[in-house]
Design a protein around this ligand. Structure first.
Ligand SMILES: Cc1ncc(COP(=O)(O)O)c(C=O)c1O
Length: 358
């Protein structure tokens, strides 16, 4: 078996243990004689793992029964629309923080639905950084305040959470469960699964039940949070296999522990940032105060060398290091499941590449 070091920003590397568990049960899930992909979502086998995934997530987030864990489709992108459709009515305002590509994408969808107040905007700043929210004027009576905890493309991340009086909502697609966090401060948080949770095809939404209760009554059923709360994410056929993989990943997360993973994540990111900080060849593209533990973004002196770096790294078993097509450069995505040895390998390669090309 030859596994590469996979630096993809998403879909991204999954825990090997989870993949191997899935492989073991692929054609005959636990003696049922069929795969999870082939069984009814109303049957007892699927029901058990659906509910185990939900229970594990409750435990990992440290949230109680006042929150509902939902598995929805349409990715994090549908949440950009569903959120304002459910909560942003006529005559109301929602506050948004524009921290980059994904913050801006959420704002664009909300503006189709209703009145949006962009309270802070660093989307065009270079080096990339998150807005400082300490002096921001939030809208009195805003129906919610939306933020992105980690900008996957620019490589900027919030290390602290803001204090806001409006219900706080966050897109955590690229750093969910990567660090200890007080999830009880959020009225709702969501993430496309394909970075830290499982494969693509499912979005995780965790929502406080009292926040959702009266929202979106005029909406079609599929677009209303309360529909999915009432049916425990089984209103229609869910993406069963993706949810099964989340179940396996949450078993692994519980076993390793979020504190341990966080320590490891910081250590992994630091190894790469240390190379950037001690080099005049490489240039990190995120502000030091906000640089991400999940997506490390940097450049060499020229676009040609960036391309050569990505090519030669690939030839040495380090794949998918190319920066997002909108910004170029190099991006090393090192989510929870990315191994420390892969970071060591990259760091050695970076030093060697600099020696040969600097
Ligand atoms: C922070 C963030 N938000 C939203 C999205 C969009 O997610 P999806 O492709 O699941 O719609 C991404 C995808 O990379 C992301 O990184």
């Amino acid at each position: 078996m030859a596994r590469v070091y996979n630096f993809s920003a998403g879909p991204a590397v999954l825990p090997l243990e989870a993949l191997q568990d899935a492989q073991k049960d692929l054609v005959d899930y636990q003696g049922s004689g069929m795969s999870v992909m082939e069984m009814s979502h109303r049957g007892k086998e699927y029901d058990a793992l659906h509910n185990e995934a939900i229970a594990n997530l409750h435990e990992l987030f440290g949230v109680g029964d006042d929150y509902q864990v939902l598995f929805l489709q349409g990715g994090a992108s549908l949440q950009f629309a569903m959120l304002p459709m459910n909560f942003l009515g006529a005559g109301q305002t929602a506050d948004y923080v524009n921290s980059g590509h994904w913050g801006a994408a959420a704002i664009k969808q909300a503006q189709i639905i209703g009145n949006v107040n962009v309270v802070a905007d660093t989307s065009k700043d270079l080096p990339a950084r998150m807005p400082d929210l300490s002096g921001v004027s939030w809208t009195p009576g805003a129906v919610y305040a939306h933020m992105t905890t980690n900008e996957t493309i620019s490589g900027a991340q919030y290390k602290d959470l803001p204090t806001v009086s409006a219900p706080l909502v966050a897109d955590m697609s690229s750093d969910i469960l990567s660090c200890p966090r007080d999830y009880n401060r959020f009225a709702m948080f969501y993430a496309g699964a394909q970075k830290n949770l499982g494969p693509s095809g499912v979005a995780l939404v965790v929502i406080r039940k009292d926040f959702a209760a009266d929202a979106g009554k005029a909406l079609p059923a599929m677009l209303r949070y309360q529909t999915h709360i009432d049916k425990n994410s089984l209103y229609n056929t869910p993406p069963c296999f993706s949810i099964y993989m989340i179940c396996l990943t949450t078993r692994w997360l519980k076993q390793v522990g979020i504190e341990n993973l966080y320590r490891q994540n910081v250590e992994k990111a630091k190894k790469i940032y240390d190379v950037l900080d001690s080099s005049s060849f490489y240039r990190g593209t995120a502000d030091k105060a906000y640089r991400s533990d999940m997506n490390v973004t940097f450049r060499t002196p020229t676009e040609e060398l960036d391309a050569l770096f990505v090519k030669q790294a690939g030839e040495n078993g380090m794949k998918q290091l190319k920066g997002h097509r909108s910004v170029g450069g190099i991006r090393a995505s090192i989510y929870n499941a990315f191994p420390v040895e892969g970071v060591d390998c990259l760091v050695d390669f970076m030093k060697d590449f600099e020696k040969r090309n600097g």
